[in-house]
Design a protein around this ligand. Structure first.
Ligand SMILES: Cc1cc2nc3c(=O)[nH]c(=O)nc-3n(C[C@H](O)[C@H](O)[C@H](O)COP(=O)(O)OP(=O)(O)OC[C@H]3O[C@@H](n4cnc5c(N)ncnc54)[C@H](O)[C@@H]3O)c2cc1C
Length: 448
Protein backbone atom coordinates (compact mmCIF):
# COMPACT_ATOMS: atom_id res chain seq x y z
CA UNK A 1 0.00 0.00 0.00
CA UNK A 2 1.40 3.39 -0.91
CA UNK A 3 1.73 5.75 2.13
CA UNK A 4 -0.08 8.46 0.13
CA UNK A 5 -3.16 6.22 -0.01
CA UNK A 6 -4.08 4.97 3.44
CA UNK A 7 -7.20 3.35 2.02
CA UNK A 8 -6.12 0.52 -0.29
CA UNK A 9 -7.01 1.14 -3.93
CA UNK A 10 -8.49 -1.99 -5.50
CA UNK A 11 -8.90 -1.82 -9.25
CA UNK A 12 -11.08 -4.49 -10.89
CA UNK A 13 -10.94 -4.71 -14.69
CA UNK A 14 -13.84 -6.53 -16.33
CA UNK A 15 -17.61 -6.47 -16.34
CA UNK A 16 -18.90 -10.02 -16.14
CA UNK A 17 -19.70 -12.79 -13.67
CA UNK A 18 -16.27 -12.83 -11.99
CA UNK A 19 -16.14 -9.03 -11.59
CA UNK A 20 -19.61 -8.77 -10.02
CA UNK A 21 -19.06 -11.69 -7.63
CA UNK A 22 -15.76 -10.11 -6.56
CA UNK A 23 -17.30 -6.70 -5.89
CA UNK A 24 -20.16 -8.26 -3.90
CA UNK A 25 -17.76 -10.42 -1.88
CA UNK A 26 -15.47 -7.47 -1.11
CA UNK A 27 -18.37 -5.28 -0.03
CA UNK A 28 -19.88 -8.06 2.10
CA UNK A 29 -16.85 -7.70 4.32
CA UNK A 30 -17.67 -4.46 6.03
CA UNK A 31 -14.60 -4.64 8.24
CA UNK A 32 -12.18 -3.53 5.52
CA UNK A 33 -12.36 -0.03 4.05
CA UNK A 34 -11.35 -0.31 0.42
CA UNK A 35 -11.46 2.27 -2.37
CA UNK A 36 -12.77 0.12 -5.22
CA UNK A 37 -12.84 1.07 -8.90
CA UNK A 38 -14.42 -1.03 -11.64
CA UNK A 39 -13.00 -0.58 -15.13
CA UNK A 40 -15.54 -2.14 -17.48
CA UNK A 41 -15.73 -2.10 -21.25
CA UNK A 42 -19.49 -2.73 -21.06
CA UNK A 43 -22.14 -0.58 -19.40
CA UNK A 44 -24.32 -3.67 -18.89
CA UNK A 45 -23.85 -6.83 -16.87
CA UNK A 46 -25.37 -9.52 -19.08
CA UNK A 47 -24.40 -13.13 -18.31
CA UNK A 48 -25.12 -15.43 -21.27
CA UNK A 49 -26.40 -18.43 -19.27
CA UNK A 50 -30.10 -17.89 -20.04
CA UNK A 51 -29.63 -17.02 -23.73
CA UNK A 52 -30.13 -20.70 -24.67
CA UNK A 53 -33.78 -20.44 -23.61
CA UNK A 54 -34.49 -17.38 -25.79
CA UNK A 55 -35.23 -19.14 -29.12
CA UNK A 56 -37.76 -21.30 -27.25
CA UNK A 57 -39.42 -18.39 -25.43
CA UNK A 58 -38.56 -19.94 -22.09
CA UNK A 59 -37.09 -16.85 -20.47
CA UNK A 60 -34.30 -14.60 -21.55
CA UNK A 61 -30.98 -13.13 -20.59
CA UNK A 62 -30.82 -10.91 -17.53
CA UNK A 63 -29.30 -7.49 -18.01
CA UNK A 64 -28.32 -5.07 -15.25
CA UNK A 65 -26.83 -1.60 -15.50
CA UNK A 66 -23.32 -1.32 -14.06
CA UNK A 67 -24.02 2.32 -13.14
CA UNK A 68 -26.76 1.22 -10.74
CA UNK A 69 -24.82 -1.74 -9.37
CA UNK A 70 -21.68 0.25 -8.65
CA UNK A 71 -23.60 3.17 -7.14
CA UNK A 72 -25.21 0.79 -4.64
CA UNK A 73 -21.90 -0.85 -3.83
CA UNK A 74 -20.02 2.43 -3.42
CA UNK A 75 -17.68 1.47 -6.25
CA UNK A 76 -16.28 4.03 -8.68
CA UNK A 77 -17.14 3.06 -12.25
CA UNK A 78 -14.94 3.81 -15.25
CA UNK A 79 -16.51 2.76 -18.56
CA UNK A 80 -13.41 2.21 -20.63
CA UNK A 81 -11.23 -0.66 -21.84
CA UNK A 82 -8.04 -1.89 -20.15
CA UNK A 83 -5.25 -2.02 -22.74
CA UNK A 84 -2.07 -2.64 -20.73
CA UNK A 85 -0.62 -2.92 -17.24
CA UNK A 86 2.59 -1.41 -15.88
CA UNK A 87 3.17 -3.56 -12.82
CA UNK A 88 6.33 -1.66 -11.73
CA UNK A 89 4.46 1.66 -11.61
CA UNK A 90 1.25 0.02 -10.31
CA UNK A 91 -1.00 1.54 -12.94
CA UNK A 92 -3.05 0.51 -15.94
CA UNK A 93 -3.57 2.18 -19.29
CA UNK A 94 -6.96 2.41 -20.95
CA UNK A 95 -8.24 2.72 -24.50
CA UNK A 96 -9.36 6.33 -23.91
CA UNK A 97 -5.97 7.36 -22.59
CA UNK A 98 -6.54 7.10 -18.84
CA UNK A 99 -3.82 6.01 -16.45
CA UNK A 100 -5.35 4.46 -13.35
CA UNK A 101 -3.17 3.70 -10.32
CA UNK A 102 -3.80 0.72 -8.04
CA UNK A 103 -2.49 -0.99 -4.94
CA UNK A 104 -4.13 -4.28 -5.93
CA UNK A 105 -5.32 -5.07 -9.45
CA UNK A 106 -7.78 -7.85 -10.29
CA UNK A 107 -8.13 -8.85 -13.94
CA UNK A 108 -11.57 -10.23 -14.79
CA UNK A 109 -11.77 -9.41 -18.48
CA UNK A 110 -12.93 -12.88 -19.57
CA UNK A 111 -12.11 -14.52 -22.88
CA UNK A 112 -13.06 -14.03 -26.51
CA UNK A 113 -15.74 -16.28 -27.97
CA UNK A 114 -15.12 -17.50 -31.50
CA UNK A 115 -16.63 -19.96 -33.97
CA UNK A 116 -14.92 -23.35 -33.57
CA UNK A 117 -16.35 -25.03 -36.69
CA UNK A 118 -16.67 -22.95 -39.87
CA UNK A 119 -20.05 -23.57 -41.45
CA UNK A 120 -21.85 -24.41 -38.17
CA UNK A 121 -24.42 -22.25 -36.42
CA UNK A 122 -22.49 -21.12 -33.35
CA UNK A 123 -24.21 -20.23 -30.09
CA UNK A 124 -22.53 -17.82 -27.66
CA UNK A 125 -20.66 -15.48 -30.04
CA UNK A 126 -23.38 -12.95 -30.80
CA UNK A 127 -27.12 -12.43 -30.61
CA UNK A 128 -27.70 -13.62 -34.20
CA UNK A 129 -27.58 -17.31 -33.20
CA UNK A 130 -30.94 -17.27 -31.40
CA UNK A 131 -33.02 -16.10 -34.41
CA UNK A 132 -30.95 -18.35 -36.72
CA UNK A 133 -31.73 -21.40 -34.56
CA UNK A 134 -35.39 -20.37 -34.44
CA UNK A 135 -35.48 -20.27 -38.28
CA UNK A 136 -33.69 -23.63 -38.47
CA UNK A 137 -36.24 -25.25 -36.15
CA UNK A 138 -39.17 -23.71 -38.03
CA UNK A 139 -37.80 -25.26 -41.26
CA UNK A 140 -37.10 -28.60 -39.61
CA UNK A 141 -40.67 -28.89 -38.35
CA UNK A 142 -41.71 -29.78 -41.89
CA UNK A 143 -38.70 -31.79 -43.03
CA UNK A 144 -36.68 -34.86 -42.20
CA UNK A 145 -33.61 -32.73 -41.53
CA UNK A 146 -30.73 -34.18 -39.57
CA UNK A 147 -29.43 -31.70 -36.99
CA UNK A 148 -26.13 -32.37 -35.24
CA UNK A 149 -25.30 -30.49 -32.03
CA UNK A 150 -21.51 -30.71 -31.92
CA UNK A 151 -19.32 -30.07 -28.87
CA UNK A 152 -16.04 -28.55 -30.09
CA UNK A 153 -13.72 -29.85 -27.35
CA UNK A 154 -13.96 -32.15 -24.32
CA UNK A 155 -13.13 -29.17 -22.08
CA UNK A 156 -15.90 -26.96 -23.52
CA UNK A 157 -18.68 -26.20 -21.02
CA UNK A 158 -21.15 -28.62 -22.62
CA UNK A 159 -24.32 -27.81 -20.65
CA UNK A 160 -25.69 -25.17 -23.12
CA UNK A 161 -25.28 -27.61 -26.02
CA UNK A 162 -27.36 -30.27 -24.24
CA UNK A 163 -29.97 -27.65 -23.41
CA UNK A 164 -30.19 -26.52 -27.03
CA UNK A 165 -30.47 -30.10 -28.30
CA UNK A 166 -33.12 -31.04 -25.72
CA UNK A 167 -35.29 -27.99 -26.31
CA UNK A 168 -34.98 -28.32 -30.10
CA UNK A 169 -35.90 -32.02 -30.06
CA UNK A 170 -38.80 -31.41 -27.70
CA UNK A 171 -40.26 -28.78 -30.00
CA UNK A 172 -39.81 -30.94 -33.10
CA UNK A 173 -41.48 -33.93 -31.40
CA UNK A 174 -44.39 -31.72 -30.39
CA UNK A 175 -44.92 -30.92 -34.07
CA UNK A 176 -44.53 -34.58 -35.14
CA UNK A 177 -41.51 -33.61 -37.18
CA UNK A 178 -39.50 -36.49 -38.67
CA UNK A 179 -36.28 -34.49 -38.09
CA UNK A 180 -33.39 -36.24 -36.36
CA UNK A 181 -31.48 -34.59 -33.51
CA UNK A 182 -28.04 -35.84 -32.47
CA UNK A 183 -25.44 -34.71 -29.97
CA UNK A 184 -21.95 -35.40 -31.30
CA UNK A 185 -19.36 -35.06 -28.57
CA UNK A 186 -15.80 -35.95 -27.57
CA UNK A 187 -17.08 -36.69 -24.06
CA UNK A 188 -17.13 -40.40 -23.21
CA UNK A 189 -20.59 -40.03 -21.73
CA UNK A 190 -23.22 -37.30 -21.54
CA UNK A 191 -22.10 -34.26 -19.51
CA UNK A 192 -18.89 -36.10 -18.60
CA UNK A 193 -17.23 -33.38 -16.51
CA UNK A 194 -20.33 -33.27 -14.30
CA UNK A 195 -19.72 -36.88 -13.31
CA UNK A 196 -21.50 -40.24 -13.73
CA UNK A 197 -24.68 -39.11 -11.92
CA UNK A 198 -25.21 -36.41 -14.55
CA UNK A 199 -24.80 -38.91 -17.39
CA UNK A 200 -27.23 -41.37 -15.81
CA UNK A 201 -29.81 -38.69 -15.14
CA UNK A 202 -29.66 -37.05 -18.54
CA UNK A 203 -29.82 -40.17 -20.74
CA UNK A 204 -33.55 -40.84 -20.11
CA UNK A 205 -34.28 -37.15 -20.74
CA UNK A 206 -32.45 -37.33 -24.07
CA UNK A 207 -34.19 -40.52 -25.13
CA UNK A 208 -37.63 -39.21 -24.10
CA UNK A 209 -37.37 -36.55 -26.81
CA UNK A 210 -35.47 -38.79 -29.24
CA UNK A 211 -32.01 -37.19 -29.04
CA UNK A 212 -29.32 -39.63 -30.16
CA UNK A 213 -25.94 -39.40 -28.40
CA UNK A 214 -22.80 -39.99 -30.46
CA UNK A 215 -20.11 -39.88 -27.77
CA UNK A 216 -16.35 -40.36 -27.75
CA UNK A 217 -15.75 -38.73 -31.14
CA UNK A 218 -13.86 -35.50 -31.82
CA UNK A 219 -15.59 -33.21 -34.37
CA UNK A 220 -13.07 -31.53 -36.68
CA UNK A 221 -14.94 -29.81 -39.54
CA UNK A 222 -18.29 -29.21 -41.15
CA UNK A 223 -18.24 -30.79 -44.61
CA UNK A 224 -20.81 -31.29 -47.31
CA UNK A 225 -23.42 -33.68 -45.87
CA UNK A 226 -22.19 -33.69 -42.30
CA UNK A 227 -19.58 -33.40 -39.64
CA UNK A 228 -16.09 -34.81 -40.19
CA UNK A 229 -14.53 -36.47 -37.16
CA UNK A 230 -10.96 -36.94 -36.02
CA UNK A 231 -10.83 -40.46 -37.51
CA UNK A 232 -12.03 -39.12 -40.92
CA UNK A 233 -15.47 -40.71 -40.47
CA UNK A 234 -18.49 -38.47 -41.11
CA UNK A 235 -21.64 -38.08 -39.03
CA UNK A 236 -24.40 -37.27 -41.49
CA UNK A 237 -26.07 -33.93 -40.85
CA UNK A 238 -27.93 -31.26 -42.82
CA UNK A 239 -27.28 -28.65 -40.11
CA UNK A 240 -24.57 -28.42 -37.49
CA UNK A 241 -25.09 -26.36 -34.34
CA UNK A 242 -22.22 -25.76 -31.95
CA UNK A 243 -21.20 -23.55 -29.03
CA UNK A 244 -18.50 -20.92 -29.01
CA UNK A 245 -14.91 -21.75 -28.38
CA UNK A 246 -13.12 -19.67 -25.78
CA UNK A 247 -9.81 -18.07 -26.78
CA UNK A 248 -7.50 -15.92 -24.71
CA UNK A 249 -7.58 -12.16 -24.38
CA UNK A 250 -3.99 -11.54 -23.28
CA UNK A 251 -3.27 -8.38 -21.28
CA UNK A 252 -0.02 -6.63 -22.33
CA UNK A 253 2.25 -6.29 -19.30
CA UNK A 254 1.09 -9.52 -17.67
CA UNK A 255 2.42 -13.06 -18.11
CA UNK A 256 0.55 -15.54 -20.29
CA UNK A 257 0.60 -19.27 -20.81
CA UNK A 258 1.12 -20.94 -24.21
CA UNK A 259 -2.45 -20.09 -25.24
CA UNK A 260 -2.43 -16.48 -24.00
CA UNK A 261 -4.33 -17.05 -20.72
CA UNK A 262 -3.03 -15.61 -17.45
CA UNK A 263 -1.44 -18.22 -15.15
CA UNK A 264 -2.62 -18.01 -11.53
CA UNK A 265 -1.86 -19.88 -8.34
CA UNK A 266 -4.45 -21.47 -6.04
CA UNK A 267 -5.19 -18.04 -4.52
CA UNK A 268 -5.72 -16.32 -7.87
CA UNK A 269 -2.38 -14.51 -7.70
CA UNK A 270 -0.82 -13.96 -11.13
CA UNK A 271 2.49 -15.80 -11.47
CA UNK A 272 5.39 -13.57 -10.35
CA UNK A 273 3.14 -10.55 -9.68
CA UNK A 274 2.58 -9.92 -5.95
CA UNK A 275 -0.15 -7.29 -6.42
CA UNK A 276 -2.09 -8.64 -9.38
CA UNK A 277 -4.82 -11.28 -9.25
CA UNK A 278 -6.89 -12.75 -12.07
CA UNK A 279 -10.26 -14.51 -11.96
CA UNK A 280 -12.63 -16.22 -14.37
CA UNK A 281 -12.14 -17.03 -18.03
CA UNK A 282 -9.10 -14.77 -18.46
CA UNK A 283 -7.08 -17.21 -16.31
CA UNK A 284 -5.32 -20.36 -17.41
CA UNK A 285 -7.75 -22.57 -15.44
CA UNK A 286 -8.84 -24.90 -18.25
CA UNK A 287 -12.54 -25.32 -17.46
CA UNK A 288 -14.41 -22.09 -18.14
CA UNK A 289 -17.80 -21.79 -16.44
CA UNK A 290 -19.62 -19.01 -14.60
CA UNK A 291 -19.95 -20.85 -11.28
CA UNK A 292 -16.20 -21.54 -11.28
CA UNK A 293 -15.42 -17.92 -12.23
CA UNK A 294 -17.48 -16.85 -9.19
CA UNK A 295 -15.65 -19.31 -6.92
CA UNK A 296 -12.30 -17.96 -8.13
CA UNK A 297 -13.56 -14.44 -7.36
CA UNK A 298 -14.52 -15.47 -3.81
CA UNK A 299 -11.02 -16.84 -3.22
CA UNK A 300 -9.45 -13.58 -4.40
CA UNK A 301 -11.86 -11.46 -2.34
CA UNK A 302 -10.87 -13.46 0.75
CA UNK A 303 -7.18 -13.03 -0.12
CA UNK A 304 -7.57 -9.24 -0.49
CA UNK A 305 -9.52 -8.98 2.76
CA UNK A 306 -6.94 -11.10 4.60
CA UNK A 307 -4.23 -8.88 3.20
CA UNK A 308 -5.74 -5.63 4.44
CA UNK A 309 -8.03 -6.58 7.31
CA UNK A 310 -6.26 -9.64 8.65
CA UNK A 311 -8.47 -12.38 10.05
CA UNK A 312 -8.88 -15.80 8.46
CA UNK A 313 -6.09 -16.84 6.11
CA UNK A 314 -7.52 -17.29 2.60
CA UNK A 315 -8.45 -20.78 1.44
CA UNK A 316 -7.24 -22.07 -1.92
CA UNK A 317 -9.55 -22.48 -4.92
CA UNK A 318 -11.40 -25.81 -4.46
CA UNK A 319 -13.86 -25.98 -7.35
CA UNK A 320 -17.30 -27.53 -7.10
CA UNK A 321 -19.25 -27.77 -10.35
CA UNK A 322 -22.90 -26.82 -10.13
CA UNK A 323 -25.22 -26.81 -13.13
CA UNK A 324 -28.91 -26.28 -13.68
CA UNK A 325 -29.92 -28.03 -16.89
CA UNK A 326 -32.90 -26.42 -18.62
CA UNK A 327 -35.14 -29.15 -20.03
CA UNK A 328 -38.60 -29.13 -21.57
CA UNK A 329 -39.91 -30.00 -18.08
CA UNK A 330 -38.47 -29.31 -14.65
CA UNK A 331 -34.83 -28.22 -14.51
CA UNK A 332 -32.30 -30.85 -13.47
CA UNK A 333 -29.71 -29.88 -10.84
CA UNK A 334 -26.24 -31.35 -11.11
CA UNK A 335 -23.26 -31.14 -8.84
CA UNK A 336 -19.80 -32.65 -9.14
CA UNK A 337 -16.65 -32.53 -7.07
CA UNK A 338 -13.23 -33.24 -8.60
CA UNK A 339 -12.79 -35.93 -5.91
CA UNK A 340 -15.36 -37.98 -7.81
CA UNK A 341 -18.71 -37.47 -6.04
CA UNK A 342 -21.48 -36.47 -8.43
CA UNK A 343 -25.15 -35.86 -7.77
CA UNK A 344 -28.24 -35.24 -9.90
CA UNK A 345 -31.65 -34.21 -8.63
CA UNK A 346 -34.84 -32.44 -9.64
CA UNK A 347 -34.75 -30.85 -6.19
CA UNK A 348 -32.48 -27.83 -6.10
CA UNK A 349 -29.16 -28.61 -4.45
CA UNK A 350 -28.36 -24.97 -3.74
CA UNK A 351 -30.40 -21.97 -2.82
CA UNK A 352 -31.34 -19.71 -4.46
CA UNK A 353 -31.26 -22.18 -7.37
CA UNK A 354 -29.72 -19.83 -9.93
CA UNK A 355 -28.02 -21.03 -13.09
CA UNK A 356 -24.80 -19.21 -12.28
CA UNK A 357 -24.23 -20.40 -8.74
CA UNK A 358 -22.09 -17.66 -7.18
CA UNK A 359 -21.96 -17.29 -3.40
CA UNK A 360 -23.12 -13.64 -3.55
CA UNK A 361 -24.17 -13.44 -7.21
CA UNK A 362 -26.96 -16.04 -6.97
CA UNK A 363 -28.85 -14.26 -4.15
CA UNK A 364 -28.23 -10.95 -5.92
CA UNK A 365 -29.60 -12.15 -9.27
CA UNK A 366 -32.48 -14.05 -7.71
CA UNK A 367 -34.26 -10.82 -6.82
CA UNK A 368 -36.02 -9.12 -9.71
CA UNK A 369 -34.80 -5.73 -8.48
CA UNK A 370 -31.59 -6.76 -6.74
CA UNK A 371 -31.39 -5.24 -3.32
CA UNK A 372 -28.12 -5.35 -1.52
CA UNK A 373 -28.58 -8.52 0.46
CA UNK A 374 -24.95 -9.12 1.11
CA UNK A 375 -25.66 -11.10 4.24
CA UNK A 376 -27.55 -13.70 2.14
CA UNK A 377 -25.16 -16.12 0.50
CA UNK A 378 -25.64 -19.24 -1.60
CA UNK A 379 -26.73 -22.09 0.67
CA UNK A 380 -25.68 -25.66 -0.02
CA UNK A 381 -28.57 -28.10 0.35
CA UNK A 382 -26.47 -31.22 -0.03
CA UNK A 383 -24.83 -32.52 3.13
CA UNK A 384 -21.06 -32.33 2.99
CA UNK A 385 -19.09 -35.56 2.99
CA UNK A 386 -16.20 -35.63 5.44
CA UNK A 387 -12.89 -34.96 3.81
CA UNK A 388 -14.23 -33.77 0.45
CA UNK A 389 -14.82 -30.05 0.91
CA UNK A 390 -11.37 -29.66 2.40
CA UNK A 391 -9.74 -31.21 -0.65
CA UNK A 392 -6.99 -28.70 -1.29
CA UNK A 393 -5.99 -30.38 -4.51
CA UNK A 394 -9.44 -30.17 -6.13
CA UNK A 395 -8.41 -27.46 -8.61
CA UNK A 396 -5.35 -29.43 -9.70
CA UNK A 397 -7.43 -32.61 -10.01
CA UNK A 398 -9.95 -30.87 -12.25
CA UNK A 399 -7.20 -29.36 -14.40
CA UNK A 400 -5.62 -32.83 -14.77
CA UNK A 401 -8.99 -34.35 -15.69
CA UNK A 402 -9.34 -31.75 -18.44
CA UNK A 403 -5.76 -32.38 -19.62
CA UNK A 404 -6.39 -36.14 -19.82
CA UNK A 405 -9.62 -35.61 -21.78
CA UNK A 406 -7.92 -33.34 -24.31
CA UNK A 407 -4.97 -35.74 -24.65
CA UNK A 408 -7.37 -38.65 -25.26
CA UNK A 409 -8.86 -36.67 -28.16
CA UNK A 410 -5.40 -35.88 -29.60
CA UNK A 411 -5.69 -32.19 -28.75
CA UNK A 412 -2.06 -31.92 -27.67
CA UNK A 413 -1.71 -28.16 -27.23
CA UNK A 414 -4.95 -27.95 -25.24
CA UNK A 415 -3.78 -30.83 -23.04
CA UNK A 416 -0.45 -29.09 -22.43
CA UNK A 417 -2.23 -25.84 -21.60
CA UNK A 418 -4.28 -27.66 -18.94
CA UNK A 419 -1.12 -29.27 -17.53
CA UNK A 420 0.55 -25.84 -17.34
CA UNK A 421 -2.51 -24.55 -15.46
CA UNK A 422 -2.17 -27.39 -12.95
CA UNK A 423 1.50 -26.53 -12.46
CA UNK A 424 0.71 -22.83 -11.94
CA UNK A 425 -1.80 -23.83 -9.23
CA UNK A 426 0.72 -26.09 -7.51
CA UNK A 427 4.30 -25.24 -8.57
CA UNK A 428 5.84 -28.31 -6.86
CA UNK A 429 3.31 -30.66 -8.43
CA UNK A 430 4.59 -34.23 -8.58
CA UNK A 431 1.31 -36.06 -9.04
CA UNK A 432 2.10 -39.33 -10.93
CA UNK A 433 -0.71 -38.79 -13.45
CA UNK A 434 0.64 -35.30 -14.18
CA UNK A 435 4.18 -36.58 -14.72
CA UNK A 436 3.00 -39.51 -16.88
CA UNK A 437 0.82 -37.35 -19.12
CA UNK A 438 3.50 -34.64 -19.45
CA UNK A 439 6.01 -37.35 -20.45
CA UNK A 440 3.64 -38.88 -23.00
CA UNK A 441 2.83 -35.53 -24.59
CA UNK A 442 6.52 -34.58 -24.74
CA UNK A 443 7.16 -37.64 -26.92
CA UNK A 444 4.48 -36.67 -29.43
CA UNK A 445 5.32 -34.61 -32.48
CA UNK A 446 3.47 -31.27 -32.31
CA UNK A 447 0.49 -31.29 -34.66
CA UNK A 448 1.37 -27.74 -35.77
C1 LIG B 1 -24.43 -19.80 -24.15
C2 LIG B 1 -23.72 -19.91 -22.82
C3 LIG B 1 -24.36 -20.50 -21.74
C4 LIG B 1 -23.72 -20.60 -20.50
N1 LIG B 1 -24.35 -21.21 -19.47
C5 LIG B 1 -23.78 -21.22 -18.24
C6 LIG B 1 -24.47 -21.76 -17.12
O1 LIG B 1 -25.59 -22.25 -17.21
N2 LIG B 1 -23.84 -21.74 -15.91
C7 LIG B 1 -22.60 -21.21 -15.75
O2 LIG B 1 -22.08 -21.19 -14.63
N3 LIG B 1 -21.90 -20.73 -16.80
C8 LIG B 1 -22.47 -20.71 -18.04
N4 LIG B 1 -21.79 -20.18 -19.11
C9 LIG B 1 -20.40 -19.73 -18.92
C10 LIG B 1 -20.32 -18.38 -18.24
O3 LIG B 1 -21.19 -17.46 -18.86
C11 LIG B 1 -18.90 -17.85 -18.30
O4 LIG B 1 -18.03 -18.82 -17.85
C12 LIG B 1 -18.74 -16.60 -17.44
O5 LIG B 1 -19.53 -15.56 -17.98
C13 LIG B 1 -17.29 -16.17 -17.35
O6 LIG B 1 -17.21 -15.06 -16.50
P1 LIG B 1 -16.02 -13.99 -16.65
O7 LIG B 1 -16.37 -12.89 -15.71
O8 LIG B 1 -14.72 -14.65 -16.55
O9 LIG B 1 -16.13 -13.46 -18.14
P2 LIG B 1 -17.32 -12.68 -18.82
O10 LIG B 1 -18.60 -12.98 -18.15
O11 LIG B 1 -17.18 -12.94 -20.28
O12 LIG B 1 -17.00 -11.15 -18.54
C14 LIG B 1 -15.89 -10.48 -19.05
C15 LIG B 1 -16.21 -9.00 -19.01
O13 LIG B 1 -15.05 -8.21 -19.17
C16 LIG B 1 -15.30 -7.15 -20.05
N5 LIG B 1 -14.05 -6.82 -20.73
C17 LIG B 1 -13.45 -7.52 -21.72
N6 LIG B 1 -12.29 -6.93 -22.06
C18 LIG B 1 -12.16 -5.85 -21.26
C19 LIG B 1 -11.17 -4.85 -21.14
N7 LIG B 1 -10.07 -4.87 -21.91
N8 LIG B 1 -11.34 -3.87 -20.23
C20 LIG B 1 -12.44 -3.84 -19.43
N9 LIG B 1 -13.44 -4.78 -19.51
C21 LIG B 1 -13.28 -5.77 -20.41
C22 LIG B 1 -16.34 -7.69 -21.01
O14 LIG B 1 -17.06 -6.61 -21.57
C23 LIG B 1 -17.18 -8.56 -20.10
O15 LIG B 1 -18.21 -7.81 -19.50
C24 LIG B 1 -22.42 -20.09 -20.35
C25 LIG B 1 -21.76 -19.47 -21.44
C26 LIG B 1 -22.41 -19.39 -22.65
C27 LIG B 1 -21.69 -18.71 -23.81
Amino acid sequence: MSPAHPIPRILVAGGGVAALELLLALRANVGSPLAITLLSADAAFAPPAMTVAEPFERGGAQTHDWREITARLDVRLVLDRLVAVDTDAHRVFTHDGRRIPYDVLVIATGARRVEPLAGALTFGVDAAAGPALRALIDDARRSAARIAFALPWPSSWSLPLYELALLTAHELREHDSPALVRIVTPERRALELLGPAAGEAVMPILSAVGVELVAGVQPRAVVSGGLRLDDEATVEADHVVTIADVVARPVPGLPTDRAGFIPVDAYGLVTAEPDVYAVGEVTSFPLRQGGLAAQQADVVADAIIARYAGGEPPRPFAPVLRARLTTSGAPLYLQARPSGRSLASYRAMWSPPEKVAGRYLAPYLATARPELTLSATLAERVPAVAGEPGDEHAAVKLALTVAAAEARCHNRSRALQALDAALALEPDLDDPSYLALRGRLAEQVPAG
